[in-house]
Design a protein around this ligand. Structure first.
Ligand code: CP
Ligand code: NVA
Length: 314
């Protein structure tokens, strides 16, 4: 346990691919522990006096609020920094921004477009950098998702998760997360919108060590067959607004509706990172129905990120 703790202190969270299955399990264990403490009103000020800078180049409800509240509950402080209002927006380099912020704060969370920018920030920042979503990955979301599955199903290993829709940032992080957790993952996306081949290959290598199967298909019914967890996300992510109309047509056969989930396990759970577009990627009766756990999932962002913050920044 202490070795895992030591291996996490001071690290960046750029991608779940960088963490061992044991390290991810440890994050989930601490998440459960901190969640219980918070529910019981027990003090857990593991980051007293510490500050997190939060740089946002894209919109956010859950990520912003859960990181800010999480730092407060851990006894620390969070600073919201809109990229447009930083000198970053006027051309100051990511490298200099990282070097300067690292002189003031104990950790940096960033939501931006290019994964390379997060990696560059991490290279120059003397304090841990946490990926709060890029075009490529959304690791914090998937830590909350794994915890949500674990709470509802009592385990992760051996379950089947089906992803239906765009092979996007959340899908990529789920590929890594499921592979590391020993969960079978089946992704169904239209031709041209499949997850990146390199990420699929890396997830398959991760899965080799845990016994998980990684399947990629264009057939949503095949992906959902017997699934314990059915997940989707918006058809056009932030930054893809101009493609919205085309995507509405291309993705229409990938809507998660009653017909599609009829093929899932009878006690399947439905997850969505939110924000959702009801009637587009998911039918209203599914996201608001008895199998949906989307608000537990949203809540777990708070607990998952508190565990990450405490482990990396302590
Ligand atoms: N799921 C998620 O990251 O939500 P926000 O965009 O509201 O942060
Ligand atoms: N795939 C979505 C996730 C939002 C939390 C996006 O990037 O916009």
């Amino acid at each position: 346990m202490n070795n895992v703790l030591d291996s996490l202190r001071g690290r960046d969270l750029l991608s779940l691919h960088d963490f061992s299955p044991q390290e991810i399990t440890h994050m989930l264990d601490l998440e459960g522990n901190l969640k219980q403490k918070q529910k019981k009103g027990e003090s857990h000020q593991l980051l007293k006096g510490k500050t997190l800078a939060m740089i946002f180049q894209k919109s956010s409800t859950r990520t912003r609020v859960s990181f800010e509240v999480g730092m407060f509950q851990l006894g620390g402080h969070a600073l919201f920094l809109s990229a447009n209002e930083l000198q970053l927006g006027r051309g100051e380099s990511i490298a200099d921004t990282g070097r300067v912020l690292g002189r003031y704060v104990d950790g940096i969370m960033i939501r931006t477009f290019a994964q390379g920018d997060v990696e560059e920030l991490a290279r120059y920042s003397p304090v841990p950098v946490i990926n709060g979503l890029t075009d490529l990955l959304h690791p914090c979301q998937v830590l909350a998702d794994l915890q949500t599955v674990r709470e509802h199903k009592g385990k992760l290993s051996g379950l089947k998760l089906a992803w239906v829709g765009d092979g996007n940032n959340v899908c990529h992080s789920l590929l890594y997360g499921c592979a590391k957790a020993g969960m079978h993952i089946s992704v169904a996306s239209p031709e041209g919108y499949l997850p990146h081949a390199k990420i699929v290959a890396q997830a398959r290598r991760d899965a080799d060590t845990t016994g998980a199967a990684v399947t990629i298909t264009i057939d949503p019914a095949e992906a959902v067959a017997g699934a314990d967890v059915v997940v989707t996300d918006v058809w056009a992510s932030m930054g893809q607004e101009s493609q919205q109309r085309d995507r509405m047509k291309i993705f229409a056969p990938y809507r998660v509706d009653a017909g599609l989930v009829a093929g899932a396990a009878p006690d399947y759970i439905f997850m969505h990172c939110l924000p959702a577009h009801r009637g587009e990627e998911v039918a209203t009766d599914i996201i608001d129905g008895p199998h949906s756990v989307v608000f537990d999932e949203a809540e777990n962002r708070l607990h998952a990120q508190k565990a990450v913050l405490a482990l990396l920044m302590a």
